[in-house]
Design a protein around this ligand. Sequence first.
Ligand SMILES: [Zn+2]
Ligand SMILES: [Zn+2]
Length: 232
Amino acid sequence: MINTFLNMLFPETCPVCGGPARDHYTAPVCQGCWRKISPYQGPACRRCGKPLVSDVSTKCGECLQDEPFFTHAVSFGLYEGVLRKAIGLLKYHNVNRLSRPLSDIMLSVCMPSVDAVVPVPLHERRLRRREFNQSALLAKYLARSLGTSVILNCLVKIRDTTPQVGLRSHDRRKNLRNAFEVRRPDLIERKDIMLVDDVVTTGATVGECSRALKKAGAENIYVLTLAHGMME
Ligand SMILES: [Zn+2]
Ligand SMILES: [Zn+2]
């Protein structure tokens, strides 16, 4: 009933298929399109979550060569199709109410219980331009659903780095070195942390965030992201 009423007031067109979006929960994406969002079930690196071409090995080459600071990282799905579109709407078109259904699908990923949820931060300057940090919104809803707390403004980005797009894996890491800092180590110390981001590509960002959290005394860091993107 409430849905019907809201639709009369705010009729919406699904940005994926152009049809009407009647479900207010996933709007502006319609239910038919939303249902096409599915988890990735193929082989992946057990450490960093990177999709692998075969399940012969359990770890990717990079993790074998250079052990990450997080305990493990998992993505819900692949950065493609409706999921990619929904993340784009959340991130670049300020459709921040999508953070709720998107955080709900992240809950389907099996994760160990943690003491707190921490979002990957944006630099102040970028935050001002975008008005909100999409990862913080996801982290907030996740923490609420998991019955734990979210720690905001503790892990901060102190250097506004150049965009990562187009950089190779090694250069991405170099670009981000010392870009993150923990302002209140007392909030992090000896805690198991769930680090949250929307999209992970090479893992350089979550890797550097984990380095900062570890340095501040965090126990285990489990990275949870919505989607795994491929290098373009
Ligand atoms: Zn649709
Ligand atoms: Zn890996």
